[in-house]
Design a protein around this ligand. Structure first.
Ligand code: MRU
Length: 345
């Protein structure tokens, strides 16, 4: 994500990747709302950043107290699960509310930029901490074999990403890694986005069907699993892309460390446990249909299931804290339990 000279936000349209690298310019709150709701932008840190800029853009047009409330509630309604969205809006709101309306837009823009800078620093720190944790697992002569689910990379954040941060850092430092990329049905964030991002960075990876990870772990072909998260509750339960829980179960059964990259902005100490987190239910069509490119180059959507069959699409699930080997935050590595989470800054 970057800002242009006209004071607009520019990012990649993630709905057309990996087939097209199309930039998306967001010039108004309506553009930001649409981009988040349709998942042109997605991933917990990125939707927080876009929401912050969306609020700043709306304050350029109307900056009275009631305008702030309206803009925040419109942006917050776009997606329910990732806490970063509300966290970012709250942060910008707190910064601008004490100011006179004429100063609010500039202050909001400044706060959104600060939040993005902090996200980059946090993600780099997460990468460093994770890499330090992984060093003892490195076996000379073969790559470190990492499995990840969904996309918690550069595309989902401002830079580096969270779960992919140590992988990008490993690449920068010449550490040999290989990534098993879960396809992540139904929207295929793994097959479409993580694979694209790793290919762009020249990082060795293999896309696998979501159900293959358990077998790979049984065969001893996975050294560590790392995922991002949309919200971590006060007791350490992790809410992330649907399918994460099954990977944690398989990792636990096979003695594979299950790591969660969790910026402090994704911690929600006001929510007691994962069962209290709202789980987004998305359109059934994301399950019943799939989009891809034909050999002739046309992008087409095709039906997968019988016309008469219903489809359901819960977008996230809850991994109980007991299945999480470590939370990796910018402040360091800690256990996924209430005491460790309470002690975080
Ligand atoms: O529905 P999405 O694609 O926004 O879901 C994204 C995830 O679940 C990511 O793992 C999470 O947001 C962490 S991104 C650093």
């Amino acid at each position: 994500m970057w800002l242009d000279a006209a004071g607009r936000v520019t990012t990649l349209d993630q709905t057309v990747l990996p087939f097209e690298k199309r930039t998306l310019t967001l010039a108004s709150i309506d553009d930001c709302v649409r981009a988040i709701a349709t998942m042109q932008v997605r991933g917990a840190p990125l939707i927080g950043a876009v929401a912050a800029y969306g609020l700043a853009l709306s304050l350029r047009r109307a900056a009275a107290d009631e305008d702030i409330v309206k803009a925040c509630s419109t942006l917050a309604a776009t997606r329910p699960t990732a806490v970063n969205l509300r966290w970012a809006l709250e942060r910008v709101r707190r910064r601008v509310e004490p100011l006179a309306p004429s100063f609010r837009a500039a202050a909001a823009w400044d706060e959104a930029a600060r939040l993005c800078d902090e996200d980059v620093a946090a993600n780099r720190a997460i990468g460093e901490h994770a890499l330090a944790l992984w060093r003892p697992m490195i076996v000379p002569g073969r790559p470190l074999r990492i499995l990840t689910h969904c996309n918690a990379g550069r595309l989902a954040a401002i830079a580096y990403g969270t779960a992919l941060a140590p992988i990008h850092l490993a690449r920068e430092r010449g550490i040999d890694v290989h990534v098993w990329v879960d396809e992540t049905r139904p929207r295929n964030q793994g097959a479409a986005l993580t694979a694209w991002e790793l290919a762009e960075a020249g990082i060795a990876h293999t896309v696998i069907a979501d159900n293959a990870g358990g077998l790979l772990m049984q065969r001893g072909e996975v050294d560590v699993v790392i995922v991002g998260c949309d919200r971590v509750a006060a007791n350490g339960d992790v809410v992330n892309k649907v399918g994460t829980y099954l990977k944690a179960l398989a990792a636990g059964d096979n003695g594979v460390p299950f790591h969660v990259a969790c910026p402090l902005s994704t911690l929600d100490r006001t929510t007691p446990d994962g069962a209290s987190v709202p789980i987004e239910e998305r359109a059934a069509r994301e399950v019943s249909h799939i989009t891809g490119r034909t050999e002739a180059g046309a992008i087409v959507e095709v039906r997968l299931v019988p016309e008469a069959s219903a489809a359901a699409n819960p977008a996230f699930d809850v991994t109980p804290a007991r299945l999480v080997s470590a939370l990796i935050t910018e402040a360091g590595v800690c256990a996924a339990d209430a005491a460790a989470i309470a002690a975080l800054p």
